[in-house]
Design a protein around this ligand. Structure first.
Ligand code: FO1
Length: 317
């Protein structure tokens, strides 16, 4: 079975680990958001690609959910000692090696998709990781501050300000001019199923869908999504701040309606919500309530099985 997932960072990566366990024989392709990427100290940092790669490859720090396990932050401490203004970003010493390799390969002319393939040769994630595009796309956030509005890079909003500054717009700069990375459209065309993991629906899944061609490619495929919102709150991260910025209520129902029914020009055939949200209705979409809190490997694997079961039921399988 060929499955394509669109994914962002931590939530998506953890779900993918469960999916790999639930469908060990499936051919899994992950189209990863690159709108969170940022250039810092001359390095190209790709948080979502690295989080998926480390999580599936066994190198992730399980507590943070991002960056490397057994990490140290000596370089960051030195940057702080120099009062470097971007020292708010937690670059780990082990993680730095990934960015150095990426920078070296990109300077040699390799596109991000080939860099990702090279990095995955070490990590063996057990899935094919594709950036959504090899072109430069960066999510920027217009925020309201005491002295007026200004635009900051997503990472500054997310990490430095913990998304506490009210966002009046979230823009994936460059998305409209980007083309899907090599292999993305082919993987979707060949897929038996597309899954939307419980990633941030705005800055992760939403950004991937802004790359021209990707949303259209999904329209031809069965799509099952899993709600990142449980009981009116995001399972992790600050998806509520992002949803508010685009005027969508923070609920499993509102996100399901935001994605919309594939039969009605939207995305979804099926929508998994948590048991806390049983009774949610999304017109044109088959909604099923199952436990969605990824407490451990078993619960995560089970919710992946539930997603596959819903897809099978929808296809009459
Ligand atoms: N998230 C934080 O909350 N604080 C950090 O200092 C931080 C550093 C960081 C470094 C590399 C990396 O790949 C991810 C990092 N993240 C950090 C997570 C990242 O900001 C988010 O995971 C994504 O951008 C949103 O999904």
């Amino acid at each position: 079975m060929r499955i394509v997932c669109l994914a962002g960072g931590i939530g998506g990566a953890r779900f993918l680990r469960g999916l790999r366990a639930a469908a060990p024989d499936a051919e899994l392709t992950v189209v990863v958001n690159t709108g969170d990427d940022i250039t810092m100290y001359g390095l190209r940092i790709c948080p979502d690609l690295d989080t998926v790669m480390y999580t599936l490859g066994g190198g992730i720090d399980e507590v943070r959910g991002w960056g490397r396990q057994d990490e140290t932050f000596h370089a960051r401490e030195e940057l702080q000692a120099y009062d470097v203004p971007t020292a708010w970003f937690g670059l780990g010493d082990r993680d730095l090696a990934t960015h150095l390799v990426r920078r070296q390969m990109m300077d040699a002319g390799y596109p991000l998709s080939q860099v990702t393939e090279a990095l995955c040769a070490r990590w063996q994630p057990g899935a094919r990781l594709l950036p959504m595009t090899d072109d430069r796309v960066e999510t920027h956030v217009r925020v309201r501050t005491a002295t007026g509005e200004r635009v900051v890079h997503f990472q500054e909003w997310w990490v430095r300000h913990r998304a506490a500054l009210p966002a009046t717009a979230i823009v994936a700069v460059g998305a409209q001019d980007a083309t899907p990375a090599p292999g993305v459209l082919e993987a979707v065309a060949a897929a038996d199923l597309v899954l939307l993991p419980p990633s941030n629906p705005v800055v992760s899944i939403g950004t991937v869908l802004q790359v021209p061609g990707i949303a259209d490619a999904l329209a031809a495929k069965p799509v099952v999504g899993l709600s990142p919102i449980v009981g009116g709150a995001p399972v992790r991260g600050m998806a509520d701040a992002c949803l508010t910025a685009i005027g969508v209520e923070t609920s499993a129902e509102a996100v399901g309606r935001h994605y919309g029914a594939r039969s009605d020009g939207g995305l979804l055939d099926g929508w998994l919500v948590d048991t806390a949200d049983a009774g949610v209705a999304v017109p044109g979409v088959e909604v099923r309530a199952v436990p969605l809190l990824m407490r451990d490997a078993e619960t995560t694997t089970q919710m992946a099985r539930d997603a596959l079961r819903l897809a099978a039921d929808l296809s009459g399988g």
